[in-house]
Ligand binder design. Structure first.
Ligand code: NDP
Ligand code: 8X3
Length: 256
């Protein structure tokens, strides 16, 4: 019988735990007996999720764009949660779908600050402890958008390309330390992602998933859980999944 890691040995930090993929991952880990640290900005959502998933949970009201707050929060974790050995740097967002020449610079800045800099802050704050303990797993939430361009994906896709390359470079650094690195790269997944992208326009967000069977937060959480519970001699560097109704576009050729 193939021997997976015992989830009860895991202490998992999840950023972006108030919704979607992060919330589903929190439920998956907590349901399997792991200790889970839920991080996000919306305190009431954190409290509701903590109430739902049980006792082995600690909440951090945190904006990942604030490095000082992130390091301070990790430094004062209660003893039971201090030995983090899985970090899911998952918090992120897309804003807008305008072509680059019409996009809002403030949207670009918020995506870079969150998806790139916030993700770096989370990893930088948690990594030294895992290396010192000779055990850990960094799971980044990348995207198919980091591999494949699409109209309006401009800065969002570029942030996810950064995440992919950072994951690979991180793995080059930590190999042999006992820390693993995985970039999880989902495609179409129905969460609050599109409501956020379209700034609260639920009608427009709903159309993204109309007539297709998108993946769910639970689908991606299962992939994250799988990668992190494989035996320690196995490292999945990248895991990419698309909804079965999704594939690549052809090259665009604009004829005159
Ligand atoms: P949701 O909008 O449902 O969840 C996003 C999460 O990110 C929320 O919990 C939100 O928490 C958190 N977040 C956003 N900004 C910040 C911030 N500054 N500080 C802390 N937390 C923040 O979307 P998803 O679950 O889909 O998104 C999760 C990740 O998955 C993202 O990185 C996204 O890019 C990626 N992804 C999503 C895909 C999809 O199709 N849904 C496909 C591929 C990748 P709060 O607002 O409470 O702070
Ligand atoms: C989210 C997937 O294709 O909407 O990262 O950009 S996509």
């Amino acid at each position: 019988m193939y021997q997976m890691l015992d989830p009860k040995t895991l202490t998992v930090l999840i950023t972006g735990a108030t919704s979607g993929i992060g919330a589903a991952a929190a439920r998956r880990y907590a349901g399997a007996g792991a200790r889970v640290i839920l991080a996000g900005r919306r305190a009431e959502r954190l409290a509701a999720l903590a109430g739902e998933v049980g006792e082995n949970v600690h909440c951090l009201e945190l904006d990942v764009r604030d490095y000082d707050a992130t390091t301070a929060a990790l430094a004062r974790l209660p003893d039971a949660f201090a030995g983090i050995n899985v970090v899911c740097a998952n918090a992120g967002l897309a804003l807008g779908l305008e072509p680059a020449q019409e996009a809002h610079l403030s949207d670009w800045e918020e995506m870079v600050d969150t998806n790139v800099k916030g993700l770096l802050y989370t990893v930088r704050a948690a990594l030294p402890g895992m290396v010192a303990r000779k055990e850990g797993h960094v799971v980044l939430t990348g995207s198919v958008a980091g591999d494949y361009p699409y109209p309006g994906g401009n800065t969002y896709g570029a942030t996810k390309a950064f995440v992919k390359q950072f994951a690979l470079n991180l793995w080059a650094d930590v190999v042999g330390t006992g820390v693993r690195v995985t970039n999880v790269e989902p495609g179409l997944t129905e969460t609050e992602f599109s409501v956020v992208r379209f700034k609260g326009d639920e009608g427009r967000a709903g159309k993204v998933y109309e007539g297709v069977a998108p993946m769910t937060g639970e689908d991606i959480a299962e992939q994250i859980f799988f990668c992190t519970t494989l035996p320690r001699h196995v490292n999945i560097t990248r895991i990419q999944a698309m909804a079965s109704h999704q594939s690549f576009g052809p090259f665009a050729i604009k004829r005159s």
